[in-house]
Design a protein. Structure first.
Length: 94
């Protein structure tokens, strides 16, 4: 079973690295490079793990997780992740 935390990590690791680079490493080129490469490796390893789990258990797809992003009376806008065959393949390609 694909863990939802892993899918969120794929999405948020590069964003976190970009924030850290902006805050701390803007003048430190080696630190900025290490943070960027580390975040990309984390995302790729997570995408590969999800891909391998999807190959083992294809009947579990598609999987969807969402959280309410904007919740007003009469209007709810969710933010989430949908994992199907195409989106899993695209995480490896991109």
């Amino acid at each position: 079973m694909v863990a939802p935390g892993l899918a969120w990590t794929i999405l948020l690791a590069p964003l976190g690295a970009a924030l850290l680079i902006t805050l701390v490493g803007i003048r430190r080129r080696r630190l900025s490079a290490a943070l960027a490469i580390g975040a990309l490796l984390i995302s790729f390893i997570g995408a590969a793990r999800i891909f391998l789990e999807a190959l083992q258990h294809p009947a579990l797809l598609p999987i969807e997780w969402s959280v309410p992003w904007i919740a007003l009376p009469g209007l709810t806008i969710p933010f989430g992740i949908l994992l199907d065959r195409l989106s899993i393949l695209m995480t490896l390609v991109v």
